[in-house]
Design a protein around this ligand. Structure first.
Ligand code: SF4
Length: 254
């Protein structure tokens, strides 16, 4: 009897997503990084919508790209900033595939700005999930297009000064302005409620692609403890108190 009870207690109630390799490759993330949380949402959505077999993920350059070692879906690594150009070609050659890019804010909005604008202008039937951690995390915490006014980075040690470095780019609002964009939203994973909301946004973005309507975009805020010089817990507070007021969470289009 006692053994039966123990067996019941050990019943698996939550495991790795099915599309993660078994065993998953080592994801080399810092403690408190939220990129793996966003990876998990995407994995859950691909499974729940049953589209993982036809999914092709085009990865930019940045910490987000470490997911390649753990996902068993088709992936392609691109030159910096060129994910949306590659995704365009792959979707046009494989119109039935679910083609999406996973990019950081630097990859999508700085070096990849031309490809981003081009994909939206053309209304490509692809999806982007952009992780916004307000800096270039992989290369040591430099200023990114999304860095907040006053935020200290390695290239703005006194804080971002709009007179010198300009203003943060609000990508989800920018994307919503393009006629070729049919869905644009910004989410966060700083709380269970926001996790669910971000998941709903990503599902909707994929659905727009399945329906063949045009380009869909979801920005997700993500903590970067070492480059923010904060503990993981304080990063959650910073997202709530400083970042969400600058980058409000909502469905902007769709
Ligand atoms: S540098 Fe930032 S984005 Fe990169 S793994 Fe570490 S916490 Fe995550």
């Amino acid at each position: 009897m006692k053994n039966d009870e123990n067996t019941r207690k050990k019943e698996l109630v939550c495991g790795n997503p099915r599309i993660w390799k078994d065993p998953p490759g080592a994801m080399m993330y810092c403690s408190g990084c939220q990129h793996p949380v966003i990876h998990r949402i995407i994995s859950e959505v691909l499974e729940e919508m049953d589209i993982y077999e036809e999914a092709i993920c085009i990865l930019g350059v940045g910490c987000h790209a470490f997911i390649q070692v753990s996902w068993s879906i088709d992936t392609l690594s691109c030159a910096h900033g060129r994910a949306l150009d590659s995704a365009t070609a792959i979707k046009r050659l494989n119109p039935d595939a679910i083609v999406f890019t996973v990019q950081g804010d630097g990859d999508c909005l700085a070096i990849g700005a031309g490809a981003f604008i081009g994909a939206m202008t053309r209304g490509e039937r692809i999806t982007t999930i952009m992780y916004n951690n307000t800096n270039y995390g992989t290369t040591g915490g430099q200023l990114a297009p999304t860095t907040l006014i006053g935020q200290k980075t390695t290239t703005t040690p006194l804080g971002r000064n709009p007179k010198l470095e300009g203003y943060p780019v609000r990508a989800a609002e920018l994307a919503a302005d393009f006629e070729g964009t049919v869905y644009s939203a910004r989410g966060s994973v700083n709380s269970p409620a926001n996790y669910k909301r971000a998941k709903k946004y990503i599902k909707k973005a994929f659905q727009k692609q399945i329906d063949g309507l045009g380009y869909s975009f979801v920005e997700v805020l993500s903590a970067c403890p070492p480059n923010w010089h904060l503990s993981p817990v304080d990063c959650i507070k910073r997202i709530e108190e400083e970042i969400i007021p600058e980058f409000p969470l909502s469905e902007i289009k769709g």
